[in-house]
Design a protein around this ligand. Sequence first.
Ligand code: NAD
Length: 481
Amino acid sequence: MTAVETFDNFIDGEWRASATGRTYEKRNPFRPQEVVGAFPASDEGDVEAAVGAAANAYRSWSTMAPQQRGAVLVGASELIAARVDSIAAEMTAEMGKPLRESRGEVARGAETLRFCAGETWRAVGEIFSNSTTGSQIQAIRRALGVVGLITPWNFPWSIPLWKAAPALAYGNTVVLKPAQEAPLTALRMAECFADAGIPAGVFNVVIGRGSEIGTPLVTHPKVRAVSFTGSGPVGHQVRDLAAAHGKRVQLELGGHSPLIVLADADLARASEAAYSGAFWSAGQKCTATRRIYVHEAVYDEFRTLLLERIRRGVVGDPTHLDTEVGPLVNKTQMEDVLGAVERGRSEGGSIAAGGTALDGEGFLVPPTVFENVDDDAYLSREEVFGPVTSLYPIDSLEEAIERANGTAYGLSASLFTRDLASVNRFVAGVEAGVLRINAATAGGEPHVPFGGSKASGYGPREQGRAAREFYTESVTVYLND
Ligand code: NAD
């Protein structure tokens, strides 16, 4: 039996065990007998140490030439690019994402850092003239201070990084609380920053239960802002607590993304996008395709193509490079998904593919497709965080848009068509923060805004130049000599 490696928090430039002395084991969701590592079960004291370190580091980090901060980010991006394979392999081991997607996610992180490093060379404000004296008035953007980042397990590299990179570039210091299901990936991120020479205290990682360390982080008097990605109920709790304590707060929450396929669409591409959007990462994406509205003239053809694609798809060991659908992150998640499938059946839905867990130790649920699901049924309304999607026939784009808007969510939506007028109607009519034409509902670029409307988000968008709005504030300087 091999010894289980124990990992520490990263606080004030050092690897530190939790002051509680407690750890928890994280297991591999494909081979649950295999322990990936023992991780700190931190508490309020560890949060206090991390926030204190971040507060001490803030002045020198925020006042150095922005381009020097950018140089640290470039250094980290180069290290990440060189470590893609090892970081991705560990990510796959701890949370089950198929290796080919893990590699893409880690590599994209290097690009996010390069983009944010570039931002440090931009103008920091605008200059106006004083209306009485003609002297200068500057409106500059300035960092906030310590920011708390709370992140989910499903994009354990991208999400922490797309929050941390702009936060750091603009001069904030960071305390990251990653998900308990994916601690190792966050610690590898700290290692990349440390090896790139980030000063002590600028980037800190505290591992532990959300219920134990989330609240101390959100309410800490030295934390100026909280950026949260995760589920709605927890997000709302974080928002209310942060607001009550006078903090800036941003939420990225769940989704229920629709994909609309019109009669003139390229059905081969549309079915491919439906497959990847609904089933890659085992459907554990906030932007996963949960509802597919297909024009009745092409419904049967599209259905056949999708079911054929499912038959060709590879489900299984996420470490194999050809695997497209790996395990769900843990047993509870698998039981939730199977429970939702049961509910889908009991509410009158019929299953065209999948629907039961695969034999074996790993938490594998194959691509599952429902039909005959009512618009007010559970599957049409609630986010089921697994490889489950439903097909609905429609007879016009107008009908599809109305039904696409029928959930509380508004994260992403896709349309497949060759007709520009339909594209324009879709863009004008669909309530979502990310609209994708002839592309899957999932996916995003680091240099453009990302975020959801309605119940999918709260506060300014993330990523691209939009991140500046959240991680800086405006200061007006009346300059007289
Ligand atoms: P979650 O809400 O359970 O956890 C998110 C984070 O919050 C974790 O770090 C968790 O430890 C922490 N947390 C838990 N309780 C807390 C508390 N009381 N106070 C503060 N923090 C607390 O979500 P999850 O299961 O990790 O992630 C899946 C969810 O995330 C899905 O709903 C998915 O749609 C959503 N998500 C949204 C986006 C987006 O950008 N919109 C991206 C990815 C995932």
